[in-house]
Structures are given as structure tokens and as C-alpha cells.
Design a protein around this ligand. Structure first.
Ligand code: AMP
Length: 111
């Protein structure tokens, strides 16, 4: 069954898109954890970061580059990038995504 993010990529479910290119899409999280909360996802279906394969290096790097771009686009200087890998780490959607979280002070370590 298609993940919710695959359905967003396929245009079946709307999303508040802030950036897109041939390799990825960035859109606002529907349940934001901070004033700015954006998800950057690859168009390629990769379930989790530890499912990435040889040959995905450029794509993984691109996701970080785009995360930085959208953070700057949002006017953030301090922000946090999060990738949850696996249910025990809080992953709920099994399509790789980078959370871009900012707009408030962020505690460390994360919960
Ligand atoms: P994770 O828990 O790391 O798998 O993150 C999944 C994120 O996807 C959560 O922060 C959800 O709020 C977000 N999310 C789930 N469905 C949607 C949706 N339809 N549009 C935007 N964000 C979503």
C-alpha cells in the first residue's frame, strides 16, 4: 500500500509545497512541532535512511542541501534537521523524510 507521502508525490493528497525539483519535494508538516516544520522527501521511494543503497549518496546529500535552502527561504538561521529511522525512533511514515524544524528555541538532547 502506498505511503501517505507517495500519495502526496502522486498528487492524490494535497500538500502545502514550499519547494520541489526533479528529485525531491518539500512541504509543511500537517502537525507542526514548531512554528516552522517542513518535510523534505525524495521522489524515490526509500523507506528509511538505513534502507538507502549504494548510488543514493547524491540524493541523500541533495536532501540536506534542499533542507538548508528551505530553512533559509523560511528566514531561519537556527534550526534542526531530524530523520527518524524506525518505529522506536518515532518514525510513522515509511518514506524517508528530513524534518526541518525551527522558529523557536530547541532543547537538547531531543526526547
Ligand atoms: P515521522 O514521525 O518522522 O515519520 O514523521 C512523519 C511526519 O509526517 C509527522 O510529523 C506528521 O505530522 C507528518 N504528516 C503525516 N501526514 C501528513 C500529511 N498528509 N501532510 C503533511 N505532513 C504529514
Amino acid at each position: 500500500m502506498a505511503t501517505i507521502f507517495k500519495r502526496i508525490l502522486d498528487g492524490e493528497i494535497p500538500a502545502d509545497v514550499v519547494y520541489e525539483d526533479d528529485d525531491c519535494l518539500a512541504f509543511r508538516d500537517i502537525n507542526p512541532a514548531a512554528p516552522t516544520h517542513i518535510l523534505v522527501i525524495p521522489r524515490k521511494e526509500i523507506a528509511r535512511v538505513d534502507a538507502a543503497e549504494d548510488g543514493d549518496e547524491a540524493l541523500l546529500g541533495h536532501l540536506l542541501r534542499v533542507a538548508g535552502l528551505v530553512a533559509r527561504q523560511e528566514g531561519l538561521s537556527g534550526f534542526r534537521l531530524v530523520i527518524n529511522n524506525g518505529a522506536s525512533a518515532g518514525q510513522t511514515v515509511f518514506h524517508l523524510h528530513v524534518h526541518v524544524i525551527g522558529g523557536r528555541s530547541l532543547a537538547w538532547p531531543p526526547g
